[in-house]
Design a protein around this ligand. Structure first.
Ligand SMILES: [Zn+2]
Ligand SMILES: [Zn+2]
Length: 102
C-alpha cells in the first residue's frame, strides 16, 4: 500500500515538473512575441536603439564593422522594455544573425 502511494506521489511530482516547464515555455514565447510584435515597433524602442547606436558610435561590438542593429545581451523578465541600456549592444546584421543562431 505504501509503495503504491509512493508511486502515485512520484508520478504526480513528475507531472508537476512537466507542467511547470510547459507553462514557463509558454510565457517565454508570449514575451518573445510581445517583444517582436509590439516593443520592437514602439517609439520607445526606436529611441533606445538610437541611444545605443550613438553610444557605440555605430560600431559592431563583435566585429567592429558598421552596426545597424541593436542586440539584447539579456532580456528583462518583468517590465519588458525597461532593460538598462547596458544590456544592449550595437551589432551589424551579420553578427546579429550569428548571435541568434548559436
Ligand atoms: Zn559585426
Ligand atoms: Zn539580438
Amino acid at each position: 500500500m505504501l509503495i503504491i502511494l509512493a508511486i502515485i506521489i512520484g508520478v504526480l511530482a513528475g507531472l508537476k515538473i512537466v507542467i511547470d516547464q510547459w507553462t514557463s515555455e509558454k510565457s517565454r514565447q508570449q514575451r518573445r512575441t510581445y517583444y517582436r510584435d509590439s516593443y520592437l515597433k514602439s517609439d520607445d524602442w526606436k529611441r533606445k536603439r538610437w541611444v545605443v547606436l550613438n553610444r557605440d558610435n555605430h560600431r559592431c561590438a563583435y566585429c567592429g564593422g558598421r552596426a545597424t542593429q541593436v542586440h539584447h545581451k539579456k532580456y528583462a523578465h518583468r517590465n519588458i522594455g525597461r532593460e538598462p541600456i547596458e544590456w544592449l549592444v550595437s551589432i551589424c546584421d551579420n553578427c546579429h544573425k550569428k548571435q541568434h543562431h548559436t
